[in-house]
Design a protein around this ligand. Structure first.
Ligand SMILES: [Fe+2]
Length: 178
């Protein structure tokens, strides 16, 4: 049994505020990619999906005259740092296991090279979240603008929660029965 579900995270007003800013459809797509990649590599699908869902919640709005200013973004952005901190605070508030909350926050911190030295060595799970993000990226940052209705988003989250639960109980069964 997990301490916190994706649904509990998704419905929280803090998550709603920042997921809407950076794109709910993108966040959900990345969470699904993270699930499949983590499952394929026998990694922790719970941590992978949560990090995938929350990876971009650190975004600030770089607007100038009503338009997103990529020049400013490239120069000043620290969204992985803010995202890691926001996600950590949210997860702890929701009652997440602190060890897992830290893993999720670190996967968010390292999900992009945009502000980091390029020679960083990622843990496998951190690499999975980076790949998941890259799988859903569109040119010119268009992935941040794809929209999805709240009801459909909610259904996708519920389904992903079921997939995660199934995967976890399947692994427990395998461990017990060899
Ligand atoms: Fe992203």
């Amino acid at each position: 049994m997990r301490d916190v579900t994706l649904l509990a995270i998704f419905k929280h007003h803090i998550a709603q505020k920042y997921l809407n800013r950076s794109g709910v459809a993108h966040a959900i797509a990345v969470a699904y990619h993270a699930f499949h990649l983590a499952k394929e590599k026998n990694m922790d699908v719970d941590i992978a999906t949560k990090a995938g869902l929350l990876h971009d919640i650190g975004h600030f709005t770089w607007y100038k005259n009503g338009k997103w200013d990529y020049e400013m973004y490239r120069k000043y952005d620290i969204h992985p740092i803010k995202g890691a901190e926001r996600a950590h605070k949210l997860l702890i508030r929701l009652g997440e296991n602190p060890v897992r909350a830290k893993e999720i926050a670190l996967a968010i911190l390292f999900h992009t090279d945009s502000f980091l030295p390029t020679d960083i060595k990622r843990k496998p799970l951190q690499q999975v979240v980076k790949w998941a993000d890259e799988k859903d990226e569109e040119e010119g940052g268009n992935h941040h603008y794809r929209s999805i209705k709240y009801d459909r988003a909610l259904k996708s989250i519920v389904r992903l929660d079921e997939m995660v639960d199934q995967e976890i109980s399947g692994n427990v069964y395998k461990e017990r029965n060899g």
